[in-house]
Write a protein that binds this ligand. Sequence first.
Ligand SMILES: NC(=O)c1ccc[n+]([C@@H]2O[C@H](COP(=O)([O-])OP(=O)(O)OC[C@H]3O[C@@H](n4cnc5c(N)ncnc54)[C@H](OP(=O)(O)O)[C@@H]3O)[C@@H](O)[C@H]2O)c1
Length: 334
Amino acid sequence: MSDVLPATMTAIGYDTPGGPEVLRATTLPVPRPDAGQVLVQVAFAGVNRPDVIQRQGFYPPPPGASPVPGLEIAGTIAALGEGVGPELLGQEVCALVTGGGYAEFCLADARHCLPVPEGLTLAEAAALPETLFTVWHNVFERGYAGEGETLLVHGGTSGIGTTAILLGKAFGLTVVTTCGSDEKCAAARDLGADLAINYRTQDFVEHTRAFTHGRGADVVLDMVSGSYVARNLEALAEDGRHVTIAVLGGLTAEINMAKVMAKRLVLTGSTLRARPDAFKALLADEIANQVWPLVEEGRLRPVMDRTFPLGEAPAAHARMEAGAHIGKIVLAVA
Ligand SMILES: NC(=O)c1ccc[n+]([C@@H]2O[C@H](COP(=O)([O-])OP(=O)(O)OC[C@H]3O[C@@H](n4cnc5c(N)ncnc54)[C@H](OP(=O)(O)O)[C@@H]3O)[C@@H](O)[C@H]2O)c1
């Protein structure tokens, strides 16, 4: 199949980090898959906050990753590397990738692909991998969230937040979330959040504790850090788990370690992109078994904000940075 591939493709790149306007269309060679990889003809690429942080110059691609932004894609497998089963050729898949998504073709590890079931559009499929892998790993594997427990997730209408609400409810959690406006709180409640707290007008510690009859949340999924960490610990129940996935509100935190002892708290966190391929393959397997049946049955769909053509990647980034979006932004490539 690779002999019918074009030699070059359009991709989005930038010369130097900066604002959304540094993103521009460029022509690059179509990559060829190595052993264990597939080449996906991209139909849609998801836009994530880490792409914005990469473009700003604060989140460089890990060694070996494409400098082209884009951590998740959906499309059709157009070529196979050595050792990949021939049945995959022509399949519609979505995939978690370490970069390169904002392009007409993108390489993916065959083990990091999930089949696109009937009823799921390719735009929706492209909006799933990054937040699904992140939320599954951090809430359920690191945070050990179990049925009947309470999850507190900040940024309830973000890509991560909407996925955390949907997954949390699908797996029997009570979900408390914080958002920056009443409109966003209403959207979070519509998605199934049991309580949505406007953090600009309400104290999330007080409201989480009151909602849980003084007990507190069992797991906090935190993307804010900074001054939020001490408050999150206040909002946690005994034996609570604090999981950090981003530091949007500040890199450092001052916390009372006596509270960690007294409440037997666990503090953990992770970043997905730099994890080894073998780890991501295990995670993909876990998601295929535990979560994908919900997608196949139509019971789990990403919350879609807006679709922009690939060439309008600057506008897509500007929308994300303005913070008015609810759910996922995607780029239409094909
Ligand atoms: N560790 C990992 O593996 C991993 C993987 C993927 C993403 N992430 C991180 O997760 C975060 C969310 O990603 P995303 O793609 O879902 O981004 P997004 O849709 O742009 O969401 C960002 C959210 O952060 C909230 N926020 C920002 N600053 C805040 C503050 N100071 N206080 C309270 N809330 C604040 C905003 O909520 P309001 O608009 O309601 O204020 C917004 O909903 C990003 O930082 C990203 O880098 C981490």
